[in-house]
Ligand binder design. Structure first.
Ligand SMILES: Cc1cc2nc3c(=O)[nH]c(=O)nc-3n(C[C@H](O)[C@H](O)[C@H](O)COP(=O)(O)O)c2cc1C
Ligand SMILES: Nc1ncnc2c1ncn2[C@@H]1O[C@H](COP(=O)(O)OP(=O)(O)OP(=O)(O)O)[C@@H](O)[C@H]1O
Length: 142
């Protein structure tokens, strides 16, 4: 069984997430998604929803075979447990493919690293970013 890993924060879900995960699922037999722990999200504001809720929502998506809450300290622990053929980064994720590939090789993990495509807006009112969804909530509810 060939496995693919996707990963991210997945706070408030939107069609961009579904696009990313569908892209990833199309590459191998089984899609495993690693959900970032809130404590590890330091490159942007902390997620609104807690770790378990974010994992449960991703697990409910048709294209996802298994959603795993990420490791608190070592991102390579879930990767070694899942043993994927390929890791797909999101189109705008701040990770460097070469850096991750080198770190995988250094651990003897034989796995490709690729990047998914962006989902473009299909209509003016569509929000394809958790940050923009939250902005609209603040605008309209506060
Ligand atoms: C291959 C890979 C494995 C990861 N594993 C974990 C993990 O085990 N635990 C964790 O808290 N974050 C993990 N992360 C980091 C988060 O997923 C990171 O915050 C995410 O890549 C950026 O999320 P965003 O683009 O949704 O903001 C991993 C990232 C990558 C690229
Ligand atoms: N519009 C989109 N098209 C394709 N992939 C997307 C899109 N938006 C997010 N993703 C991907 O989904 C994964 C999880 O992203 P994340 O949870 O950071 O959502 P986000 O909407 O980008 O959040 P924020 O807007 O707060 O940065 C990332 O790999 C990201 O590249």
């Amino acid at each position: 069984m060939r496995r693919v890993i996707a990963q991210g924060t997945f706070d408030i879900l939107h069609p961009g997430h579904v696009h990313y995960l569908s892209d990833a699922a199309s590459l191998r037999d089984e899609l495993h998604v690693i959900i970032a722990r809130g404590e590890n999200v330091t490159h942007k504001p902390k997620p609104i929803l807690d770790d378990r809720q974010r994992r449960d929502m991703v697990a409910a998506l048709d294209v996802v075979d298994e959603a795993h809450l990420g490791h608190p300290e070592d991102i390579f622990v879930p990767i070694e447990n899942i043993d994927p053929d390929v890791i797909v980064l999101g189109y705008d994720q701040h990770h460097d493919e070469e850096g991750i590939k080198a770190a995988l090789d250094a651990r003897g993990i034989d796995c490709e690293v690729t990047r998914a495509t962006p989902r473009e807006q299909r209509h003016d009112d569509e929000l394809l970013s958790t940050g923009r969804i939250i902005d609209r909530i603040v605008e309209r509810r506060c």
